[in-house]
Ligand binder design. Structure first.
Ligand code: ZN
Ligand code: ZN
Length: 457
């Protein structure tokens, strides 16, 4: 090993203080909040309770309504103020029976799940020849009309990344593939699940039909069933498949957001919005997506407020209908856009540990981001130079210019489970959940306590 010279050592030290504490106004020591939150049980109790007592909570269904009632009662019992549901109505797609059977050359069933807003087949299903496209680009390149009467199959492999960034690229197969296939005349489309596991559990998810496009049956095969179909197609014979996806669309169903507050002492200082979503996909119990996120922000707000009266109000938003297009986030914005939001944050990327913090604060608030980075550092969380972007529950606020902070969770294993029947409580690790609560608690405290204006202009 090379001997470290003193100059190198000094450089290492300098590197470690890239985010120094501000020299003005000594910050409050956040270590008691951080340490207490590392022993938290509230987030686990919330996640365990919601997934056990309510279970799956598809948007706009009676299960989602029960989740709202459950959350309102829980937040009141935990001591939050102004706890209420804010209702709205929305169209709802309801899954029926999902089945795929290869008729020839090698008869067998394939594991799949209809995608949100899929058209329904009849109870007897439809039959067609499978046309294989290795990637979404290959589907896009197919001549118009060339898919007439066929079942398009796009098998686009997604690899895991720590920041989950591959989801945005490969997720296009789910989001846009069905509309592209329909435009080219396909009778139906199958995609490889947007997931990173090797299990027979398909990954569901929403897709929206482009304007003027005729809805067709659309489903995701499990990753290993997509591999199976690819191998069968590679034999070179025509593959015929029967697809049965029954579903229905309901108009004007009740959905809603759940709101709760820990009031601050200075109503003019702006609200800190901490968001998650209360709905889930139907196959699992939505433990990592997003019961854990709701547990994390609930627990963290309480730990932050234990430190004493806070200047800013912390408002919890448990949004409805995130999974099917963000109806709850839009309803929140429509109802509360007129109020002053100091900062918006969202927890909706599972229950794994936070590893990075991104900021998008108004210019001149570097001392605040430095204080937050310092408070997060003992948790193994490093600041990035990337701008925070938030998630879909706070997207309308972020677009309107509200400052945002992202506590980025490790997403390496998130897409192994995401939107599958395997999204269940046993996938949540208590210690990682506590690390999230701790990171959120010190961050919420630092913003709530900050003397800075956080005014956008
Ligand atoms: Zn989610
Ligand atoms: Zn989701």
């Amino acid at each position: 090993m090379q001997k470290i010279r003193s100059g190198t050592f000094a450089a290492l030290l300098l590197g470690s203080i890239a985010f120094p504490l501000p020299l003005a106004a000594a910050p409050v020591d956040t270590s008691p909040i951080r340490e207490a939150a590392l022993q938290d049980n509230i987030a686990w109790d919330f996640t365990e309770g919601l997934t056990t007592e309510v279970g799956p909570r598809p948007a706009g269904t009676p299960q989602e309504a029960r989740a709202r009632e459950w959350a309102v009662a829980k937040l009141k019992a935990l001591g939050f103020s102004n706890v209420r549901s804010e209702p709205y109505k929305m169209p709802v797609w309801v899954r029926g029976h999902d089945e795929a059977r290869i008729l020839s050359p090698f008869p067998q069933n394939l594991a799949l799940a209809a995608l949100g807003n899929s058209a329904s087949t009849s109870a007897n299903g439809i039959e067609g020849e499978v046309l294989y496209f290795p990637t979404l680009s290959d589907l896009l390149a197919a001549p118009d009309g060339s898919l007439k009467g066929k079942i398009a199959f796009v098998s686009h492999v997604m690899a895991a990344t720590q920041d989950g960034s591959s989801y945005s690229h490969f997720g296009a197969t789910r989001r846009q593939g069905p509309s592209i296939a329909s435009k080219k005349g396909a009778a139906a489309i199958l995609i490889r699940s947007i997931g990173t596991d090797n299990h027979r559990l398909p990954h569901s998810g929403v897709q929206m039909w482009a304007d003027g496009v005729k809805p067709i049956p659309a489903a995701a095969l499990s990753t290993v069933d997509a591999d199976q179909l690819t191998r069968i197609l590679a034999r070179g014979q025509s593959v015929r498949l029967r697809l049965t996806l029954t579903s229905k669309m309901l108009k004007d169903q009740p959905s809603g957001n759940v709101i709760a507050e820990l009031p601050g002492t200075d109503p003019t200082a702006g609200i800190i919005l901490a968001a998650c979503h209360i709905d889930s996909w139907d196959q699992g119990t939505g433990a990592i997506d997003d019961a854990s996120g709701c547990g994390i922000i609930t627990a963290a707000a309480l730990h932050a407020a234990k430190a004493g009266p806070l200047r800013r109000t912390i408002r919890i938003l448990m949004a409805g209908a995130e999974e099917v297009g963000g109806d709850g986030g839009r309803a929140y914005f429509a109802a509360h856009d007129g109020e002053r939001h100091a900062v918006a944050m969202e927890s909706d990327f599972g229950a794994d540990r936070v590893w990075r913090v991104d900021f998008k604060l108004p210019a001149g608030h570097e001392a605040l981001s430095d204080r937050i980075a310092s408070a997060l550092s003992p948790l193994g969380i490093a600041p990035s130079r990337l701008a925070a972007g938030g998630g879909s529950d706070i997207e309308p606020l972020v677009k309107a210019g509200v400052p945002v902070i992202d506590l980025q969770q490790d997403g390496t294993h998130y897409f192994d489970i995401h939107h599958t029947a395997d999204d269940t409580l046993d996938k949540v690790n208590r210690a990682q959940l506590q690390q999230n609560v701790s990171a959120w608690a010190v961050t919420l405290f630092a913003i709530a306590d900050a003397a800075e204006s956080l005014a956008v202009k």
